[in-house]
Design a binder for this molecule. Structure first.
Ligand SMILES: [Zn+2]
Length: 225
């Protein structure tokens, strides 16, 4: 009995520590900050960060709820899109705030994802995102959604957004906004998950940079002022 009491006390202490690890975000994605953010893993079974250097610089911090949503979605994708390979891009600084050259990404709720691609043989591949091409952000896809031997895998991308939305809603949150090149949207929405994605809010205006090689997601998680 005594042992059981000690174990449950230890479990309580552990869960209190976990509860303390929850992030607190302030303000908006355009003007905000975050306390107790978490740094994303640099890789998992079906995903990697865009750059080891950027990870070392701490540019992959997010709100703890965003981290949980992202990792849950990747786990779901291992079953839903077993051969797809995903690359996440810039998220934010440890304490949020101005995150050059981005205009948002200030409170731990914004995440960039590089498009999943197929190579010339049709195999799932990872878009190379070297520092020499501004970690992939300088890559330009053409009107046919091709870049070199790579083409955007709209099916894998749609599945990702679908699983992110499911994972967010499972935690009582949601997706506030998706930014992706409007010229490619019809192709995204023509995939098997397209109908389900139509309820997401896509930016319809012209963003300040072209979002062809990456898609930007703002998560809807409550912040204090
Ligand atoms: Zn972004």
């Amino acid at each position: 009995m005594k042992t059981a009491r000690i174990v449950s006390a230890a479990l309580l202490a552990a869960s209190a520590a976990l509860a303390n690890a929850a992030s607190t975000c302030h303000g908006t994605v355009n003007r905000g900050s975050i306390e107790d953010s978490v740094q994303l893993p640099s890789e998992g079974a079906n995903y990697t960060a865009y750059s080891g250097l950027a990870v070392a610089m701490g540019r992959n911090h997010v709100h703890s709820e965003v981290s949980a949503i992202m990792l849950d979605a990747y786990a779901r994708l291992e079953r839903a899109a077993p051969d797809a390979q995903y690359v996440y891009g810039e998220t934010g600084n440890e304490y949020g705030g101005r995150f050059r050259p981005h205009r948002t990404h200030q409170n731990g709720l914004s995440v960039d994802y590089f498009v999943p691609v197929r190579d010339q043989d049709g195999h799932a591949a990872r878009l190379p995102t070297p520092a020499s091409q501004r970690f992939g952000y300088d890559i330009e896809f053409d009107k046919d959604a091709r870049y070199g031997g790579y083409s955007i895998d709209f099916v894998a991308m749609a599945e990702h957004l679908y699983q992110l939305d499911l994972a967010a809603r499972a935690r009582g949150h949601g997706i506030a906004l998706v930014i992706f090149d409007t010229a490619y949207l019809p192709r995204l929405l023509a995939t098997p998950r397209g109908a389900a994605l139509k309820k997401l809010k896509f930016m319809t205006g012209k963003p300040w940079v072209r979002h062809d090689e990456h898609y930007h997601v703002d998560f809807a998680v409550p912040c204090t002022r």
